[in-house]
Design a protein around this ligand. Structure first.
Ligand SMILES: NC(=O)C1=CN([C@@H]2O[C@H](COP(=O)(O)OP(=O)(O)OC[C@H]3O[C@@H](n4cnc5c(N)ncnc54)[C@H](O)[C@@H]3O)[C@@H](O)[C@H]2O)C=CC1
Ligand SMILES: O=C(O)C(=O)Cc1ccc(O)cc1
Length: 275
């Protein structure tokens, strides 16, 4: 079986590494020549190709930013793909992808979101066990072909992933609160500390907590701009919810409601009991 991976960065590269034993051949496509060379050197794919080569692919993986995925789907809809080929996308939002997928290839697409990743990007960031034991959210499977869903699930099982089925609109709402807003908060922490503090004090006083809270601020701004743009409405709601908690904390501190503040923190302690 032949696989074509579009986007040889963290997600596409890691998929290539992990699926070596599943496919007979993996063709990699990337618009960045350096990334093509790195992907070959790192053994993420067997060869570098073009969109035309995807005509021979049984499985096509789109691991590029969301608008790029939608453009690629439009491009694929005009190619003479194998009849039952499976197209998987790894976009972090799902509603625009399922809504804007051209009708003639909608059955080929199994819209997926791996709840796995890191703050690093590019082929050098690829790791073989990125997907191992992680959740793969699959959206609106009723619009995908039966054969395609079966094949996608077989690949996810091969990767030892836990499959969860979700409606795309609901997925985007939940992802805004649980994944996207925390990234905004981390960037806000990084920017506010950079404005207030100098390098020496940051290095001296950065303990584990600060490193944990600011880790996501290392993430790729280009990729995240796309995610925030696609999920604008839900993201704004999640920022409002966060602002309201921050204001509550500020008011309790200002008015010296220390007992109330302690209770509020005890509520926050509950989160990690369910994860
Ligand atoms: N980074 C993460 O932790 C996660 C990312 N995702 C999603 O996966 C997708 C890929 O993300 P990453 O692998 O992290 O990004 P990345 O930046 O590491 O890799 C993307 C690769 O695609 C190439 N590329 C971009 N646009 C292209 C195009 N139009 N045609 C050909 N090549 C193109 C880039 O040169 C780069 O090599 C994004 O949609 C992202 O939202 C999903 C889950 C986790
Ligand atoms: O680095 C982390 O902890 C992440 O949260 C990575 C991540 C980024 C984007 C996604 O859509 C899913 C996971």
């Amino acid at each position: 079986m032949v696989c074509g991976i579009v986007g040889l960065g963290l997600m596409g590269g890691s998929f290539g590494l992990a699926c070596k034993g599943y496919f007979d051949k993996i063709i990699g496509i990337d618009h960045n020549i350096q990334h093509q060379e790195d992907a070959l050197k790192l053994g993420l794919v067997d060869e570098i190709g073009t969109f035309e080569d995807l005509k021979q692919a049984d499985v096509i993986v789109l691991a590029i930013p969301i608008r790029g995925i939608i453009n690629a789907l439009n491009h694929l809809s005009k190619l003479n793909l194998k009849k039952d080929s499976l197209i998987i996308d790894f976009g972090s939002t799902k509603e625009s992808i399922v809504n804007e997928c051209p009708k003639n290839i909608r059955k080929n697409l199994v819209a997926s979101h791996p709840m796995a990743g890191t703050e690093y990007s590019g082929p050098q960031a690829a790791i073989a066990d990125l997907y191992y034991n992680k959740v793969m959210v699959v959206c609106n499977i009723e619009d995908s072909g039966e054969e395609q869903v079966k094949r996608a699930f077989d690949i996810y099982n091969y990767l030892k992933m836990q499959i969860k089925i979700m409606d795309a609109k609901e997925h985007d709402r939940h992802a805004a609160f649980i994944s996207h807003m925390p990234h905004i908060v981390s960037f806000s922490i990084a920017n506010s500390v950079l404005k207030q503090e100098d390098k020496d004090h940051i290095v001296t006083l950065a303990a584990g907590g600060f490193r944990d809270m600011s880790r996501l601020a290392k993430s790729n701004p280009h990729m995240w701009k796309d995610i925030f743009k696609e999920n604008k409405k839900n993201l704004l709601d999640s920022i409002e919810a966060f602002k309201s908690e921050l204001k509550k904390a500020k008011d309790m501190i200002e008015n010296e409601k220390w007992e109330e503040l302690e209770e509020w923190m005890k509520t926050g302690n509950q989160l990690h009991k369910i994860m």
